[in-house]
Design a protein around this ligand. Structure first.
Ligand SMILES: [Zn+2]
Length: 174
């Protein structure tokens, strides 16, 4: 493993404006699944939604649901209104299980890239490559990522899951 939470924190602190860390707050549960969420700007919302949905965007504060099993992406607590994965122009990687599964929206890495590298080498350089670009302030998460926040947390989860799967595949079947 070549990525640690402290690397992630260091990279995020390098550019908190363009790569904000997602602060999922359990006190603001998704109105569909009840899980923790974080706020997104109206700009992020309009950059992600299909134009046909714009008339439904209200004045309330919108939040992003990070639960992988929940199809709701954005919701408002004040108006009990939701937008689901179907309402977005982009695929929300953390809510998808079939390719293409976007991991990093700023630089275009998807889960298949990482899976291929791990199958070939047992490792992945993708978190380091993203962290390096982030330190150079090259990312644009609020405009690119439907969560409006940095992808590195989700990227780190994907590394753990894919390396775990690779280990399981190597062990003899019982
Ligand atoms: Zn939800």
């Amino acid at each position: 493993m070549n990525e640690t939470p402290s690397n992630v924190a260091e990279a995020l602190s390098a550019d908190p404006v363009n790569a904000p860390a997602p602060h999922d707050d359990p006190r603001h549960g998704c109105t569909n699944c009840g899980r923790a969420s974080h706020p997104v700007t109206r700009k992020t919302l309009l950059l992600m939604l299909k134009p046909g949905t714009f008339d439904r965007v209200g004045e309330g504060e919108y939040r992003f649901c990070s639960d992988p099993e929940c199809r709701v992406v954005y919701f408002t607590e004040s108006e009990d209104q939701t937008f689901t994965t179907e309402d977005l122009r982009v695929r929300v990687g953390l809510k998808e299980r079939t390719d293409p599964i976007p991991l990093c929206y700023c630089f275009g890495f998807d889960e298949a890239d990482m899976r291929e590298e791990i199958e070939r080498t047992g490792q992945t350089s993708i978190p380091q490559r993203i962290a390096e670009l982030l330190k150079q302030k090259m990312c644009a998460c609020p405009a690119r990522n439907p969560s409006g926040a940095c992808c590195l947390g989700e990227v780190t989860k994907a590394v753990k899951r894919l390396i775990g799967n690779a280990d399981n595949a190597d062990s003899p079947a019982r």
